[in-house]
Design a protein around this ligand. Sequence first.
Ligand SMILES: [Zn+2]
Ligand SMILES: [Zn+2]
Length: 178
Amino acid sequence: MEHREVMSINLARLLKEGGTVRASGVVREAFLVGEERFPLEGEATWQVSVSSVGGDEYWLSGEVKGVALMECRRCLKPTPTPIHAYFQHMLRYEQGLEAVAFHEEAEDEYYAFGKPDLDLLPFLTEAFVTEMPYTVLCQEGCKGLCPVCGADRNLVDCGHEEEGFHPFTALKNLLPEL
Ligand SMILES: [Zn+2]
Ligand SMILES: [Zn+2]
């Protein structure tokens, strides 16, 4: 399979002749959502197919797979977290449309596009980031950072008051850190 760094698919032939087109590639370093950066370990791979389903409608389906580096919620260590996400969307061709636009009418949801080169990165990013868990632990029973001196208690015994591992500590860690 040919891996490209271009994250788009050309639908010119599909628009003319129908059928199915496929593309695959990689995403390096990170997914970006606005200012937020979701770093990757290695590269994420993706594959996508778009099929004509009649009229101006096309069915986009794909998958993206990679390892997100997420901060452990207790000690903040970057923790490799495997992600495998699938996505499917209805597309509708509207000639001349400049940017891809999401439409929602009653139960009908689709993305309108007007150029044969369809940018896939927004679809890949949405699928990948949505699949990420809210929080991770670097290991079962991570001891976290010392609240007094900030030392990583998995690595050093700084000697500060041992909080101990009891059910209330575990409960406290279930609550989102707002
Ligand atoms: Zn940890
Ligand atoms: Zn300490």
